[in-house]
Design a protein around this ligand. Structure first.
Ligand SMILES: [Zn+2]
Length: 262
């Protein structure tokens, strides 16, 4: 399995990170993708990736909740990073109007600049969308082309939204612990989404699946997400693992990036 979205580099894991990694490997997690948040998380993320560049793959970007009036300054170091070494994706980027609508214009501009870089650098994008689907998809549609790829991380939308993502051509949906929640609509939406559009993620330390809901999340819990998807798609957990692994490798620049180049 590949955890396509984990913030295991954050402080929440400082006390027992090695044990968390060991538990992930023990259940068959082969790679973890680390999406960046902003310039306060960059060093932590890169240090962790350097400890095992076969297992970890960093993505680079500015998260929408870190976009402020000063976003252009922030984007300078994103560009510098893109120019100085290879990354598996641009992320996480996108639109979030749940917490704060103050910087909606700045969020659109920051997102679109990073989408243009995805096109220019031929990199996939890891997209965060909360309470802003219409705005976010409009930006992606604007820059979409035959080679643009990516993941709508933490997908929890409607059938219509899923169809709009599928129509883009190169995009997948990241499914996490939310799929195990009693009130989740994913159980009725996912039967309309072929498995070829699905990748696994935890979004650790957030969105912990049942039976650990409310506690800190970690990559080993991909097990519960995989098992729930097996139920929904009426396939074995092994088939879910295999197919979502392929989908992740098809979309993100992992495995193709040699460890010694990062
Ligand atoms: Zn995230």
């Amino acid at each position: 399995m590949i955890d396509t979205h984990s913030h295991i580099y954050l402080e929440e894991f400082d006390a027992d990170r090695a044990a968390v990694i060991e538990r992930a490997m023990a259940v068959g997690v082969e790679h973890i993708v680390l999406p960046n948040v902003d310039n306060t998380t960059l060093t932590r993320m890169l240090h962790l990736e350097a400890t095992d560049p076969v297992f970890f793959y960093a993505a680079i970007g500015l998260h929408p909740t870190s976009v402020t009036a000063d976003f252009e300054k922030e984007l300078v170091w994103v560009k510098q990073e893109l120019d100085c070494r290879p990354y598996c994706a641009i992320g996480e980027v996108g639109m979030d109007l749940y917490w704060d609508k103050t910087f909606v214009t700045e969020q659109v501009r920051a997102f679109e600049q990073q989408l243009r870089w995805a096109v220019d650098y031929d990199l996939p994008v890891i997209i965060h969308v909360r309470d802003a689907f219409e705005l976010a998809i409009a930006s992606v549609e604007k820059y979409n082309n035959a080679s643009l790829k990516g993941i709508f991380h933490s997908f929890g939308g409607t059938v219509e939204e899923a169809q709009r993502i599928m129509r883009l051509g190169g995009f997948k949906m990241g499914i996490n612990g939310v799929v195990t929640f009693k009130n989740s609509t994913l159980g009725s939406v996912l039967p309309h989404v072929p498995l070829e559009y699905i990748v696994l993620e935890t979004d650790a330390p957030y969105l912990t699946p049942v039976p650990y809901r409310g506690k800190r999340n970690e990559s080993a819990y991909l097990e519960y997400i995989k098992n729930k998807l097996a139920e929904i798609y009426n396939l074995s957990p092994e088939e879910i693992a295999k197919k979502t692994f392929q989908n992740s490798v098809e979309t993100l620049k992992i495995l193709t990036l040699p460890a010694q180049s990062r």
